[in-house]
Design a protein around this ligand. Structure first.
Ligand code: NAP
Length: 496
């Protein structure tokens, strides 16, 4: 193993031969292709298992889907969009934005659709890729842009198969099922369920929301942008840049930098705002108590909604807080023996968040297998690199920042970091780069220690927590994330 001097970014096109394989044509995969192209790397391909790009925005087409991160912030920094319809725009618009951006930056031509990567093997200093259709490819780098909230989690409820009405997961919405005038049940009270409930209440005959755990709801208006505002954004794109920076700063200071201390003034203010929202919005004291969580706001991912409390008080809405005993042919039977008859059952029950690029088989240096390395749970140095898996980098990988801010900003910062690692190879400082075991162990130990004071560990259950109840997320400030991503620490990597 030889350590080399810090690579120079002057190295320019010293390795024009490098080939990049990007897995997934969602937000991060499209970003990777654009950034590689911009850096002068022409030889890259995106393998996408579906027939369409868009990742989470392709897969989630449920009623009411929107992004609760402001649209001008949930956009690439280099591709501002003056035409966002709302402060928080609907999912279809976001999907169209990714399609348009991919087309405009020429990424479209790089995507091979219907190509599922099954296996990546590091051999002879390069990655050999095996696809489900039997074809293979070889590349110098693999960028795993496979998403976090990708594999639907189906609830372990007895009798699920017995239901004779229509049933589907929120991320597998069945658009052939008409909901108008139907008795519809929704299981779950996460961000997806709350958006669904608000969108459906006027259409359906009866809406039953099966709540296992109540949620704090942050009131959030969603004004439309006027034509004048959009014209102004188009005439003066710098106003979008300024707005983006302002929102970014607001999110960092008001939320992301605060979640690491459950008692921070910002979180106390958020908690108070949620309590006030509940108190002032829900008239019936019994319903109000059923909706009142017994944990701190932002312990689970904070829900934003302008109308959930209004919706759940409509005459055709029912909040069911009794536990689900089993699913039967005609509906949901709760533990008190009551049968809630339904025509349609929607499972808004979240995702298997510990999967990442799995079930893909990944074999690193010396035959190291990812499924063994991640047997207990997934981990990665800085959420990006795994020891013994050289030249393979993840975007929005394990233990990275999550929360109510833009994963696009996270991915952009991560990709700038990854680009510096690639630069070490391009400049011939090394041929292979991966995080060292020592740095990864140290990072993990520091992460566990820091996680103890975060709001996520303040007494609730959520998808942020791993099998030990430890938040599997970035436990420091967003400012620290930005600083870490500015420049890789060279001693933390094994170069050879
Ligand atoms: P989620 O937050 O994981 O919520 C899943 C819900 O299903 C929870 O309320 C959970 O109850 C419930 N549940 C699971 N199994 C159950 C069972 N067996 N019986 C009864 N209830 C059960 O999933 P999600 O709403 O799809 O959201 C996942 C993440 O996607 C969000 O946190 C967010 O990061 C992202 N998202 C973002 C947006 C956005 O606007 N940006 C919108 C939607 C989703 P418990 O709480 O009791 O576990």
């Amino acid at each position: 193993m030889t350590l080399h001097p810090p690579p120079s970014s002057q190295a320019g096109a010293q390795r024009p031969d490098l080939r990049f394989i990007i897995i997934g044509a969602g937000m991060s995969g499209i970003l990777s292709a654009i950034k590689l192209q911009e850096a002068g790397f022409d030889d890259h391909v995106i393998y996408e298992k579906a027939a369409r790009l868009g990742g989470t925005w392709r897969e989630n087409s449920y009623a009411g889907i929107a992004c609760d991160v402001p649209s001008h912030f949930y956009s690439y920094s280099f591709a501002p969009n003056p035409d966002w319809s709302h402060r928080f725009s609907p999912g279809a618009e976001i999907q169209a934005y990714f399609e348009e951006t991919a087309r405009r930056f020429g990424v479209d031509d790089r995507i091979e659709y219907g190509k599922e990567v099954e296996r990546c093997v590091f051999e002879n200093g390069r990655w050999r890729i095996e696809l489900a259709d039997g074809t293979t490819d070889v590349g110098d780098f693999v960028i795993a842009a496979t998403g976090v909230l990708h594999h639907p989690a189906y609830p372990d409820i007895e009798g699920l198969d017995e239901f004779e009405g229509s049933m589907f997961h929120s991320a597998r919405w069945d658009h052939d099922v008409s909901l108008a005038g139907k008795r519809v049940g929704v299981v779950g009270t996460g961000s997806s369920a709350i958006q669904i409930v608000s969108a459906l209440v006027d259409e359906v005959e009866e809406l039953s929301l099966f709540q296992r755990t109540p949620q704090w709801i942050m009131p959030q208006e969603n004004p439309a942008y006027s034509q004048e505002e959009k014209d102004e954004f188009r005439r003066q794109p710098e106003t979008i840049t300024a707005l983006r920076s302002e929102i970014s700063r607001m999110f960092a200071d008001g939320f992301a930098n605060a979640v690491i201390d459950a008692n921070s003034p910002q979180l106390v203010a958020i908690h108070d705002a949620c309590v006030a929202n509940l108190e002032s919005s829900v008239q019936d004291p019994i319903l109000r108590e059923k909706l009142r969580p017994n944990y701190r706001a932002a312990c689970k991912r904070l829900i934003m909604s302008e109308d959930f409390y209004d919706v759940i008080q409509r005459p055709n809405a029912r909040l069911v807080t009794e536990g689900i005993d089993r699913i039967e042919q005609s509906g949901v039977r709760t533990c008190d023996g009551e049968l809630h008859e339904l025509d349609v059952l929607i499972l808004a029950t979240g995702f298997r968040v510990d999967r990442f690029m799995r079930p893909m088989e990944v074999v690193g240096r010396g035959g190291s297998r990812l499924q063994d390395v991640w047997r207990k749970r997934p981990s990665a140095y800085m959420a990006i690199s795994i020891p013994e898996f050289p030249n393979l980098f993840m975007l929005n990988g394990p233990n990275g920042p999550v929360g109510n801010f833009s994963l696009i900003e996270v991915a952009e910062l991560q990709f700038d970091y990854i680009m510096q690692l690639i630069e070490w190879v391009r400049s011939r400082s090394c041929r292979e780069v991966s995080a060292s075991h020592a740095a990864t162990d140290r990072f993990e130990a520091e992460r566990l220690e820091a996680a103890k004071t975060t709001v996520w560990q303040s007494g609730c259950n959520s998808w942020y927590l791993d099998d030990r109840g430890v938040p599997a997320v970035w436990p420091w400030t967003f400012d620290r994330f930005r600083e870490e991503m500015a420049e890789p620490r060279r001693p933390d990597f094994e170069l050879c």
